[in-house]
Write a protein that binds this ligand. Structure first.
Ligand SMILES: [Mg+2]
Length: 152
């Protein structure tokens, strides 16, 4: 990195390129609000063991409304991927419970939400700076109301 901090102007990066770089992150979401929603699987999604109250149609609707979606579960990443693939949902991410912070670094959003059914979900979500919703609250699709409210 030291080369970029060089005092020789030859090495300085024109700020327009820096700005372009900063914005070269995946851009998703509605016109006024980008929301990332992370779903726990077991006890949360209908495909979980035990099944939870959040249906895959709710997930599809969140995605078609512009949300960045994926799962964050104790399940192996391969198992999470299979769950999405088996249901023909093109997820944006899969993550272990403890790695929500990495998900946040990967995607630029205005709001980061995790839904889950355990105290551990809440703990990891808050630690990573996510808003936490219990599975039943998630089943009310609060992100849709947020997107609606963000419209001009
Ligand atoms: Mg769970």
């Amino acid at each position: 990195m030291s080369v970029w901090n060089s005092t020789h102007s030859f090495f300085r990066i024109p700020s327009i390129f820096l700005i372009s770089y900063i914005h070269y992150k995946p851009q998703f979401g509605g016109p006024n609000l980008k929301i990332l929603v992370s779903f726990d699987i077991d006890g949360c999604l209908e495909t979980g063991d035990p099944p939870g109250p959040i249906t895959l149609d709710m997930v599809r609707k969140a995605q078609s409304s512009g949300c960045i979606i994926g799962s964050c579960s104790d399940r192996a990443l391969s198992s999470q991927r299979r769950m999405w693939d088996d249901n023909n949902i093109v997820y944006d991410f899969v993550s272990p419970k403890y790695a929500l912070g990495d998900v946040m670094k990967q995607f630029e959003a205005d709001k980061y939400i995790h839904t889950g059914d355990r105290d551990m979900d809440e703990m990891f979500a808050k630690k990573a700076g996510f808003d936490f919703y219990w599975e039943k609250e998630g089943a009310e699709e609060p992100w849709l109301a947020m997107l609606e409210e963000s419209k001009d």
